[in-house]
Unconditional design. Structure first.
Length: 416
C-alpha cells in the first residue's frame, strides 16, 4: 500500500446534509485507509452552532467544537459521520396574546430556532387575530391562551388575587364551554402549552386543554383553602402551592417524577413578603429557581430556591429587592398576570404600553424593552406565553432565522 500525505476531507455541512442528526462524510472501500492527524472546524453561525461530534464506525471520536490534533485510524470499509443534536432544526414560537376586544386580540411572537430566540425577528407583532365567539370574562388578572391544540380551544382563567378563581375552556366556533371550574380560593396556573393546574381541595388537578378532560394527578391535603392561596410554576419542572398564607406550609410538585414535598417548613407569611400580591417562578440556566412577587409598579421582591431544599424562617432566604426606574421599566399594571419563559418575566411597561422583560439569570436582574408597538387592551395588560409550532410556510416566509453550518477540514495520511 502507498502512503500519501493528503487532505482527507474539506467541505461545509448544512442542515440538508443531515438525516436524523447524522451526515456521512467519508466511506472507505476495502483497500483504502486514512490516519487523521488534524481536524479544523469553522462554525457558520455564531448564534446557533452545530456542535457536532466525529463518529467512526459508531464510536464518538472527538467533539467538533474546536480544532484538534492527534491520530485516528480510519480502516478499510469504514464509515465516518458527523453527528449533532442541532438538526433537524426545531422551530418554536412563543406567543403573547392580549385581548383588544371580545372577539379579537393582538399578539407578540417570540420566534426561536434550535432553542435560541431569534432576536432579529423578535417580537413579531400581529393585530389581526380574531375569534368566532366573544370572550369577555374579566377580573384583576387573567390567563388568556387562545387556540390550543387540534380542537382550537380557548383557555381563560381570571381571579381577584384571593377568593375568585375561575376557569373556562371554550370551543371557538360555537362558544361552547367544554370545561369550567369555579372553586373559590383555587388559583389556576397554565404551563404555556397544554395543561392547566389547580388545588381542588383534595389534591392537585390538571386540565388537558387539548382534550378538555381533567384528572387529579396527586392526592394531597394542602390545608384549608382560604386567604391568599397561591399556585404557580415552571413548565415541565415544578408547581408551587400554598392554600393559605398564614397557616400550614408550602409544597412543590415535581412534574418530572410526580413527587410532592414541602419547600417551606413554615407558613408562607413567615418566609416570604407581600403575600397578597401575585407570585411567579423562573429558572436560571444552572437550575436555580427564582421565586418572585411583583410588589408594586416599580418593585419586585425575589428569593432563590435550590431544588431539593426547604426554606424556613429560622434561616430565612435572603429577600432581594429589584427597583425599576422610569416608565420604560415600570409595570403598566403590576397586579396583572405576567408571562414567564426561562429566567425571564415578560410584562407590558408604562412607556406607551410596550413589551418588556426582566431577566433573573444573574443576581443583578436586567430589564430589556423589546416591543416597539403600543399595545391596547380590553380586559387588562395580562401576558401569558403560549408555545406554538409554526408552519413550514410561516417559517419560509420569515427572513432572519440563523443558518447553522459546519466547515470541516481533515488532513493526514491516506493509504491505498
Amino acid at each position: 500500500m502507498a502512503d500519501t500525505l493528503a487532505e482527507i476531507y474539506n467541505d461545509t455541512l448544512v442542515e440538508s446534509d443531515f438525516t436524523s442528526g447524522e451526515a456521512t462524510i467519508i466511506t472507505t472501500n476495502s483497500s483504502t485507509a486514512h490516519v487523521i492527524k488534524n481536524v479544523q472546524i469553522v462554525e457558520g453561525d455564531s448564534t446557533l452552532k452545530v456542535n457536532g461530534t466525529l463518529d467512526v464506525n459508531g464510536f464518538d471520536i472527538v467533539g467538533l467544537t474546536a480544532n484538534s490534533s492527534g491520530s485516528e485510524i480510519i480502516a478499510p470499509s469504514s464509515t465516518v459521520k458527523v453527528k449533532t443534536s442541532a438538526f433537524p432544526l426545531e422551530y418554536i414560537d412563543y406567543e403573547i396574546a392580549i385581548q383588544t376586544g371580545s372577539t379579537n386580540y393582538s399578539s407578540n411572537i417570540l420566534p426561536t430556532a434550535g432553542g435560541v430566540e431569534v432576536e432579529s425577528l423578535s417580537p413579531i407583532y400581529d393585530a389581526t387575530n380574531s375569534m368566532v365567539e366573544p370572550i369577555s370574562f374579566d377580573d384583576a388578572a387573567r390567563i388568556f391562551a387562545p387556540y390550543l391544540g387540534p380542537n382550537d380551544y380557548h383557555l381563560i382563567c381570571w381571579d381577584d388575587l384571593n377568593s375568585t378563581t375561575e376557569l373556562r375552556l371554550i370551543e371557538d366556533s360555537t362558544g361552547t364551554t367544554i370545561f369550567s371550574n369555579s372553586n373559590s380560593y383555587s388559583p389556576k396556573w397554565f404551563d404555556g402549552k397544554q395543561y392547566a393546574y389547580w388545588n381542588d381541595g383534595t389534591g392537585l388537578r390538571r386540565l388537558d386543554c387539548f382534550a378538555g378532560t381533567s384528572t387529579r394527578i396527586y392526592t394531597q391535603d394542602f390545608g384549608g383553602r382560604t386567604t391568599y392561596p397561591r399556585l404557580f410554576g415552571i413548565p415541565n419542572k415544578y408547581i408551587f402551592i400554598w392554600s393559605e398564607y398564614t397557616v400550614g406550609t408550602s409544597y412543590v410538585y415535581n412534574l418530572q417524577n410526580g413527587t410532592m414535598s414541602e419547600f417551606t417548613t413554615n407558613t408562607p407569611s413567615t418566609v416570604f413578603t407581600h403575600l397578597d400580591k401575585r407570585f411567579f417562578a423562573v429558572e436560571r440556566s444552572d437550575g436555580t429557581v427564582i421565586i418572585l412577587v411583583v410588589d408594586s409598579q416599580d418593585t419586585i421582591k425575589w428569593w432563590k430556591w435550590t431544588p431539593g431544599t426547604t426554606l424556613n424562617n429560622s434561616t430565612p432566604p435572603t429577600t432581594n429587592t429589584l427597583s425599576l426606574v422610569g416608565n420604560k421599566e415600570h409595570f403598566r399594571n403590576y397586579s396583572a398576570h405576567h408571562g414567564t419563559k426561562g429566567s425571564r418575566l415578560y410584562y407590558v411597561n408604562n412607556d406607551s404600553e410596550k413589551l418588556s422583560y426582566i431577566d433573573f439569570e444573574t443576581d443583578t436582574p436586567t430589564v430589556t424593552n423589546i416591543g416597539t408597538t403600543q399595545l391596547t387592551e380590553a380586559y387588562g395588560m395580562d401576558t401569558q406565553i403560549v408555545e406554538r409550532t409554526p408552519s413550514s410556510a410561516t417559517i419560509s416566509g420569515r427572513s432572519g432565522y440563523p443558518a447553522p453550518s459546519l466547515k470541516l477540514r481533515m488532513t493526514g495520511v491516506t493509504s491505498t
